[in-house]
Design a protein around this ligand. Structure first.
Ligand SMILES: C[S@@+](CC[C@H](N)C(=O)[O-])C[C@H]1O[C@@H](n2cnc3c(N)ncnc32)[C@H](O)[C@@H]1O
Length: 230
């Protein structure tokens, strides 16, 4: 491993959070790509239908791009992220702040997030987050998320598909099979970011003991996964 090839652990706990803090003000440019607009419109509509009458825990909220649509019919929404810089952008969105709130939280320490309106939450959402969970932490991360939710709760994950010629290429793969992309920001800085692309088969194997009614959807550039806890 060269000095620039850091471990999955350091990438997850240090480098990736710092990259997204630095990217906060330019993050949503990624949603401007013309060829992705049809998928984004579909996703906003779909997300708006998922959380009706739910008390939702959201992991890695970021700038809240999906929230005007996703929160519309929810009863309460607790957005969380490790970075204050991105939540500052989320707070500028047109949202019903009687039911939507944000707090700083590490996605790997969700037990520290109190359920505000409901205890425990009866739904969870994570957009464009699961791809940043190292392969070897996937099962633990899912178990930890499920531990914050009521029996029968709804879980919705949504993320990027890898599309050759469109997605940022995977520059290297580590010993555990995690992929890394090299990304640039407008200040010229370059960042190595872990990014994995799970398959339905991998998700089914991970979720089999804990989930029911698993629904997987593939759009051109995104996938969604929806299930209920047993
Ligand atoms: C790709 S962005 C996704 C943002 C948003 N969910 C979306 O769909 O646009 C990933 C987010 O994960 C956050 N993040 C990185 N490490 C985290 C951690 N350990 N715990 C919580 N959030 C984290 C970053 O700050 C960033 O906002």
């Amino acid at each position: 491993m060269t000095s620039s090839e850091i471990s999955a652990e350091r990438s997850t706990t240090e480098q990736m959070p710092r990259y997204y803090a630095q990217r906060a003000r330019e993050y949503e440019q990624v949603f401007d790509r013309p060829h992705r607009q049809a998928d984004i419109t579909t996703l906003k509509r779909w997300l708006g239908e998922q959380f009706r009458a739910r008390h939702v825990l959201e992991v890695a909220t970021g700038t809240g791009f999906w929230l005007p649509a996703a929160t519309a019919d929810a009863l309460s929404w607790q957005g969380t992220d490790i970075n204050a810089e991105v939540l500052e952008v989320a707070k500028t969105k047109s949202l019903d702040f009687d039911k939507v709130s944000f707090r700083l939280a590490d996605a790997y320490a969700l037990d520290l997030v109190p359920a505000g309106h409901a205890s425990p939450f009866d739904a969870a959402f994570a957009g464009l987050w699961f791809s940043h969970v190292p392969m070897q932490r996937r099962a633990d991360w899912l178990a930890q998320l499920h531990g914050q939710l009521a029996p029968g709760a709804l879980v919705v994950l949504m993320d990027n598909r890898f599309v050759a010629g469109d997605s940022t290429p995977i520059a290297r793969v580590d010993a555990e099979g995690n992929g890394y992309q090299v990304r640039s920001l407008s200040d010229g800085s370059q960042h190595e970011v872990m990014k994995n692309f799970p398959t339905l088969e991998q998700m089914q194997a991970l979720l089999a003991p804990q989930a029911q009614d698993i629904e997987w959807q593939e759009l051109d550039y995104f996938w969604t996964l929806k299930y209920r806890l047993r």
